[in-house]
Design a protein. Structure first.
Length: 203
């Protein structure tokens, strides 16, 4: 589990094609300290397993399912990525509960900058929009954010200067795609409602 509070940014140093997947090597800097093979790390919000640790460089593998649902397949050598190591029992939960399982992609459709602050509007599929509500939580490229406005096709978030400075969101431009994970509670509520409606029809 994760919180959506990004600890820092890493940089892709190597990508190896391993059909049907890819192997990524990421320079984590001090965040690599204490990591071991088998540990989970959120890369742009996507939970991946460390398969090799060599100093500040850590390698991960992503399969075809992960590449099809996330923006990891669009990364290149030199790309910056958001990094969060997995929670340990007793750690502070400052964001919201994040699984690291990406639900789909969103596209930045508008960016409004006001000095050091920004207001982003994303377009996402109806399947994801059904799991969002104003003042609820959304994870964008691994960053826990509060939803501002939500309609059938778009949602908006307000970004403070700190978030823009220490995550990759500050570099995003209109047309860029981001990994989205909706609130886990919203998933369960939607599932239970679907089963309740199904039971009513069958009865």
């Amino acid at each position: 589990m994760f919180t959506g509070l990004v600890e820092g940014m890493g940089q892709i140093s190597r990508i190896i094609d391993q059909p049907p997947g890819k192997r990524f090597t990421v320079i984590l800097g001090t965040l690599a300290g204490g990591l071991q093979v088998g540990d989970s790390v959120a890369i742009n919000g996507c939970c991946l397993t460390a398969v090799e640790v060599s100093g500040e460089a850590v390698s991960f593998e992503a399969g075809s399912e992960t590449l099809s649902r996330t923006n990891l397949g669009r990364l290149h050598v030199g790309s910056g990525v958001n990094i969060e190591r997995s929670l340990r029992l007793g750690d502070s939960l400052g964001g919201h509960l994040v699984t690291g399982h990406i639900d789909g992609l969103g596209e930045l459709s508008a960016r409004q900058d006001d000095k050091d602050w920004s207001f982003f509007r994303f377009r996402a599929s109806g399947r994801l929009m059904r799991q969002m509500a104003s003042k609820g939580s959304i994870t964008v490229d691994g960053v826990s954010l509060t939803l501002v406005e939500v309609d059938e096709e778009r949602f908006s978030v307000a970004l403070i200067p700190h978030t823009l400075a220490v995550t990759t969101l500050g570099r995003m431009q209109v047309g860029d795609q981001a990994n989205l994970e909706t609130d886990i509670l919203a998933k369960y509520v939607e599932r239970q409602l679907a089963w309740a409606n199904r039971s009513t029809v069958q009865d």
